[in-house]
Design a protein around this ligand. Structure first.
Ligand code: AMP
Length: 519
C-alpha cells in the first residue's frame, strides 16, 4: 500500500499531511526523525561530506553554526532560476537537487510513521511561480523518487483548506489569501462557492480571479533587519562586530528568527549573539525598521483589491482576508491589513499549516470519486455533516504572465523582423486546454523545427524573456518545403506548458522542451 500526501515545500519550513479516509480526517504528520516530532521541519540541507547522506531539518540548521559553507538555506527562492549553490566538496547543486533532498526526507519520515510508502504527492508552490519554477518543482519531486500527481498554488491550497474547514459558511465568498511565508509573498483573490447536491453532498468550487506577488519577500527579510538592529546595538554597547564572521552571522540570524517570534507576542525581547553578547530590542523598534517591508506587501494587497473592483466589480467590503504563512503572525501585518480592508483578517488556528492541509485534501480529492467529510457544530449544539467533492474543472487557477512565441513578419521595407506574439495572455486558465498553431517547414528535408517561447506581453523580443524552446524533432526526412506541422500547446492543470505536434500527413512527432534558466 502507498499513501498519498500533500507537501508544503516552503522556503524556511516544510510540512507534509494526508487525508485519512478510513477515519475521515486530515492529519498533519509529526515528523519523528527529521523534526523531533514537530509538524514542520526547517527547509535546510546540510551536506556533511563526501559519501555521507545529506541531512535535513533542525540538525542541518544547527550545523550551520559550525559549517555554514556546507549548509543550504532558502533554496526555494532560486527555484527555476539559473542558479547553482557554491561548491560543497567540489560539487555545485541545482535548486531541484537540494529541494529533492527535502522532499525525500519528508516522504521517508512520513512513510515511517504511517508504516506505508509515501509515493504520490501534491506539492504546493507560490501563486506567482510560472512554468519554469513549477516544472523545476515537479523535477525535484521526480528526483526524490516521488510521483508528483499535481502542483498546486499555495493560496489555492489555503483557500481549499479554509473552505473545507468552514464549508457551511462558504456558499458564495470572496477570499483574499494573504500569504507571507519565510521567503515568498503572494496575494490572491479567490471566489469560493458551494452547490448542494443530493443528501448531504456539497460540491465546492475554488476559482482564482486575480493575484500578485513577490518571489523575494518573506520572513527571512524581517530576520535580516532584526539581525542588523542587534548587530548595531552590539557594536554600540560592546564594540564588537558580529558580522565579521559567517559562523557568528548564522548563529545571529537563527537567534533573530526565534526572537522575531517572541516579538509577535511580547513588546520586548532579549537576543544573544553567538559570542554571548546580549541586547534588548523593542517591538516598536523592529516595526519602525521593517516599515518598508510591510509597505511592499501593502502595495501588492492594494493592487489586487483595486483589480478586484476594476476587473470583476467586487467591492472591498465583500472580501474576507484569509491569512496563510507563519509571518502573518506578526501584529504589524494584521494591523496593516485591517487598515487597508477596514476589518480584521479572519482568525483561524494555524496559518502555517493551512497550505499543507489544502494540498492533502487535494491529493485525496483527485482520487477517483475522492470526497472529504466536514463536520460542523451548529449554533443549536447539533452536528451537521457534509460530504464534499471538488470536481477537477472547478479548481480554477490562472497564469500571472503572458507567454508568446517568436514569429517573423515583414518590416514593410522589404525585410523581416522577429517579434513576440502573445498566445497565452495573463489570466490564462491552467485547465489543459490547448491552442492550435500551424508551422511550415522552411526547406526540403527539414528534420527539426524550433519554436521559441517568451515571457512578456510586448512585441519587442528584447523586452521579453525567453523561457523555453519547443524542438520538434524527428520529422520524416522526405518532407517537401512548406509541409504543415500542427502544434498544440497550452498549460496543463499544474500550470506547466506542454505541447504536441502532428505533421499534416497525420504522423505524430516528438517535442523536446528545453527550458531556459531565468536569470
Ligand atoms: P511558513 O513558510 O508559512 O512556514 O512561514 C515561515 C515563516 O514564518 C518564517 O520566516 C518564520 O520565522 C515565520 N514565523 C513563524 N511564526 C512566527 C511568529 N510567531 N511571528 C513572526 N514570524 C513567524
Amino acid at each position: 500500500m502507498t499513501v498519498r500526501c500533500g507537501i508544503d515545500l516552503g522556503t524556511t519550513y516544510s510540512a507534509i499531511s494526508w487525508y485519512d479516509d478510513f477515519n475521515n480526517r486530515l492529519e498533519n504528520i509529526e515528523l519523528p526523525y527529521i523534526s523531533d516530532g514537530q509538524k514542520m521541519v526547517s527547509s535546510v540541507v546540510y551536506y556533511p561530506g563526501e559519501g555521507q547522506e545529506p541531512v535535513v531539518g533542525d540538525t542541518a540548521w544547527n550545523s550551520a553554526r559550525q559549517f555554514p559553507e556546507r549548509v543550504i538555506v532558502g533554496i526555494k527562492r532560486s527555484m527555476g532560476l539559473d542558479y547553482k549553490t557554491p561548491p560543497i566538496d567540489g560539487k555545485e547543486y541545482t535548486p531541484q537537487e537540494v529541494s529533492s533532498v527535502i522532499l525525500k526526507a519528508l516522504a521517508e519520515d512520513a512513510g515511517k510513521i504511517l508504516a506505508e510508502e509515501v509515493k504520490d504527492v501534491i506539492i504546493t508552490v507560490p501563486a506567482h511561480f510560472g512554468d519554469n519554477e513549477r516544472a523545476a518543482t515537479e523535477e525535484a519531486g521526480k528526483m526524490a523518487g516521488l510521483n508528483v500527481v499535481g502542483i498546486l498554488s499555495e493560496p489555492h491550497a489555503a483557500a481549499l483548506a479554509y473552505s473545507v474547514h468552514k464549508v457551511m459558511d462558504i456558499v458564495d465568498k470572496y477570499l483574499l489569501v494573504y500569504d507571507l511565508g519565510g521567503g515568498t509573498f503572494d496575494v490572491t483573490l479567490i471566489h469560493a462557492t458551494t452547490e448542494e447536491g443530493a443528501g448531504n453532498a456539497l460540491s465546492l468550487k475554488i476559482e482564482t480571479l486575480c493575484k500578485d506577488g513577490n518571489r523575494g519577500l518573506g520572513g527571512l527579510d524581517w530576520d535580516r533587519v532584526l539581525a542588523a538592529i542587534v548587530g548595531e546595538k552590539v557594536m554600540q554597547e560592546h564594540g564588537v562586530d558580529v558580522r565579521d564572521d559567517p559562523r557568528s552571522e548564522a548563529i545571529l540570524l537563527d537567534n533573530c528568527e526565534k526572537g522575531k517570534r517572541y516579538l509577535s507576542r511580547t513588546r520586548n525581547v532579549s537576543i544573544a549573539t553567538g559570542e554571548g553578547h546580549q541586547v534588548d530590542v523593542s517591538r516598536s523598534d523592529f516595526e519602525d525598521r521593517t516599515r518598508d517591508l510591510v509597505l511592499q506587501t501593502r502595495l501588492l494587497l492594494e493592487q489586487v483589491v483595486d483589480d478586484a473592483e476594476e476587473q470583476h466589480g467586487i467591492e472591498k467590503d465583500k472580501i474576507d482576508v484569509v491569512l496563510a504563512g507563519g509571518s502573518t503572525r506578526m501584529p504589524m501585518i494584521r494591523e496593516m491589513i485591517e487598515d487597508v480592508m477596514g476589518k480584521p483578517p479572519i482568525e483561524h488556528r494555524n496559518p502555517d499549516l493551512l497550505v499543507t492541509d489544502g494540498a492533502a485534501y487535494w491529493a485525496h480529492l483527485l482520487k477517483e470519486g475522492g470526497t472529504v467529510k466536514a463536520i460542523e457544530r451548529k449554533p443549536d449544539g447539533g452536528i451537521e455533516e457534509k460530504i464534499i467533492s471538488v470536481p477537477t474543472d472547478e479548481m480554477i487557477d490562472l497564469s500571472m504572465y503572458a507567454i508568446g512565441i517568436e514569429v517573423v513578419k515583414s518590416d514593410g521595407k522589404g525585410g523581416w523582423t522577429n517579434f513576440n506574439k502573445v498566445i497565452l495572455p495573463v489570466g490564462t486558465r491552467y485547465d489543459g486546454k490547448m491552442i492550435k498553431k500551424e508551422f511550415y517547414t522552411a526547406e526540403d528535408g527539414m528534420q527539426e523545427i524550433h519554436i521559441r517561447l517568451y515571457k512578456g506581453d510586448v512585441e519587442s523580443l528584447d523586452e521579453c524573456q525567453r523561457i523555453m524552446t519547443f524542438i520538434i524533432t524527428d520529422l520524416p526526412s522526405d518532407l517537401p518545403r512548406g509541409t504543415r506541422v500542427n502544434v498544440e500547446l497550452g498549460y496543463d492543470n499544474n500550470g506547466i506548458i506542454r505541447g504536441t505536434a502532428l505533421v499534416e500527413t497525420g504522423q505524430k512527432v516528438d517535442i523536446i522542451v528545453e527550458r531556459d534558466k531565468i536569470v
